[in-house]
Design a protein. Structure first.
Length: 108
């Protein structure tokens, strides 16, 4: 007998890969940044296909009801929202952010 999958609201960060819109089943594959495993991301009419297409081959955070296997690995997610993350080239360098936070005086 196998243990049932556990579901909780959460998020997964990874790279969006294949999109499937065959018939009524719409999903895309997200390759988890932590485990490098594929997570099936099921989405409905509330999530724009254009948004999913815009996330293709990009890093993103997907929010929703996550289904976990008994091993603790994410298996699928019922997508409620997607945040597309900036490309590495668009992020500031360490030199550019140096000094943004002012030094605080040391108090004894």
């Amino acid at each position: 007998m196998t243990s049932p999958m556990r579901t909780v609201h959460g998020s997964i960060e990874g790279t969006v890969e294949a999109i499937n819109v065959h018939q009524r089943t719409h999903y895309f594959s997200l390759y988890d940044s932590l485990t490098t495993t594929r997570v099936r991301c099921n989405f409905g009419a509330a999530i724009s296909l254009d948004l999913v297409k815009g996330a293709l081959r990009r890093r993103a955070v997907v929010y929703g009801l996550v289904g976990y296997r008994p091993s603790g690995r994410a298996h699928d997610i019922a997508v409620e929202a997607i945040d597309i993350l900036p490309e590495d080239a668009d992020l500031p360098t360490a030199a550019q952010v140096r000094g943004i936070i002012p030094k605080r005086p040391v108090t004894p």
